[in-house]
Design a protein around this ligand. Structure first.
Ligand code: GLU
Length: 445
């Protein structure tokens, strides 16, 4: 039998100084402990020790030259966490907060998220502590070239397929893929999130945000309501927030906030016109990492240094960064009557915030389920690349919608509690874990 306290203290000893990784494992452990302890096969196989240890971690030096001609040095990472159900798959994050701990937490989460998509993808993650903020286009290009010069040694279309994440969008994927092709002379589609002219899938840029709203729609329908007329607080203003704003509008809901590191914008009419969506893309492409110009442009209020969770809304939808919504924010949302929380960022809520929502019986869709649409369409991009074919947008969108519906059903099946409350965290963790763990048992050690 596994004992929670003992397992976590041993995990901490094996992984010192990795708080994000310990937080991610603890969350999964809380959901799956009883399930694992009920099956002697898992216990005999030491499944928890094995599933929490990455297969391997690459750490490397990235040297590049800035526009002033100075040599800069960053850290590069690729964590190949688990390939039991398919090639390692997961994004690359360029952000100054990137450490081994954040890479491992994201790779661990990715393993279960990818399992939930029903597609054959293992889990991996990579990135760098490189800060894209304020960098010129040619600096980004030089950094990406240097990063890929090393990364290409560890990836391949059947072994490990990276994609984008925070700080890595279609421009960076282009520069990275260009360098890969220069070095390897291969058109294998080794990255996903590619441009539509050179092997990318339609709907991939929109997929994470669209998927999150499809998932929200399923949750709301399950609770006897619809998204029609619901107000939504979204955080972030990048690719994920953008897709969420578009799909929310299409489904009849109204996104009233977006945010950045500088504060949040309150747009009572909703972020619901093509002009506003296009402007979000412009803001992101400017590399300034501020959202205030949106308020000036559309004549709405900006709240410097504040988070959108102080607004009264029906649905809270964190779309930016890990631990962006804490206990205090959760209490404020509960007090103002929030009905649903759709965590669209990876581990967007602290453990305490998540518990607060669950204790208050608020349906809470965890990141690994709610944001799985992005990697799901990456999986569909891999399928199209293998077929040397491309599907129409409507075909990809229909597949995405079906995948999000299946993920919701899996959460309901494993997460419904005795009193009828659907614990989506528990459901997602058990459903994601079971497939990976059973594959590990099938494959031996
Ligand atoms: N970075 C995204 C995620 O967290 C997408 C990964 C991918 O498409 O491989 O799931």
């Amino acid at each position: 039998m596994y004992d929670r306290k003992k397992f976590i203290s041993e995990l901490e000893m094996r992984n010192p100084g990795e708080p994000e990784f310990i937080q991610a494992v603890s969350e999964v452990l809380d959901s799956v402990l009883d399930f694992v302890n009920a099956d002697p096969e898992y216990i005999d196989a030491r499944i928890l020790e094995r599933i929490t240890e990455p297969d391997r971690v690459f750490m490397f030096k990235v040297e590049w030259e800035n526009d002033e001609g100075e040599i800069c040095v960053n850290k590069g990472y690729r964590v190949q966490f688990n390939n039991s159900i398919g090639p390692y798959k997961g994004g690359l994050r360029f952000h100054p907060s990137v450490t081994l701990s954040t890479m491992k937490f994201l790779g661990f989460e990715q393993t279960f998220k990818n399992s939930l998509t029903t597609l054959p993808m293992g889990g991996g993650k990579g990135g760098s502590d490189f800060n894209p903020k304020g960098k010129s286009d040619s600096e980004i290009l030089r950094f990406c070239r240097s990063f890929m010069t090393e990364l290409q040694k560890y990836i391949g279309p059947e072994t490990d397929v990276p994609a984008g994440d925070v700080g890595v969008g279609s421009r960076e994927i282009g520069y990275l893929y260009g360098q890969y092709k220069r070095l390897r002379s291969e058109n294998t589609g080794v990255l996903t999130g590619k441009g539509r002219n050179w092997g990318g899938s339609l709907i991939r840029p929109e997929a994470t945000g669209y998927g999150s709203m499809y998932f929200a729609n399923e949750i709301v329908l399950k609770h006897g309501e619809t998204l029609e007329g619901k107000t939504i607080a979204v955080s972030g203003f990048g690719n994920v927030a953008w897709g969420a704003c578009i799909k929310a509008s299409e489904l009849g809901a109204k996104v009233v906030t977006i945010s950045g590191p500088d504060g949040y914008v309150y747009d009572p009419d909703g972020v619901s016109t093509q002009e506003k969506w296009d402007y979000m893309l412009e803001l992101r492409a400017s590399n300034n990492d501020v959202v205030e110009p949106y308020a000036k442009r559309f004549g709405v209020e900006f709240f410097p240094g504040k988070k959108p969770w102080e607004r009264k809304v029906d649905i809270a939808c964190p779309c930016a960064f890990q631990n962006e919504l804490n206990l205090e924010d959760a209490k404020a949302l509960v007090a103002s009557g929030v009905k649903y929380v759709i965590e669209t960022s990876n581990m967007g809520c602290t453990a305490e915030a998540m518990s607060c929502f669950i204790e208050n019986k608020i349906p809470f869709g965890p990141g690994k389920a709610a944001n799985a649409g992005g990697v799901a369409v990456s999986g569909l991009e891999m399928s199209q690349n293998s077929l040397k074919y491309s599907w129409e947008a409507s075909e990809v969108d229909a597949k995405l919608k079906r995948i999000m519906r299946d993920i919701h059903e899996a959460c309901v099946a494993d997460g419904t509690e005795a009193d009828g409350y659907i614990n989506y965290v528990k459901g997602a963790n058990i459903a994601g874990f079971r497939k990976v763990a059973d594959s590990m048992l099938d494959l031996g050690y």
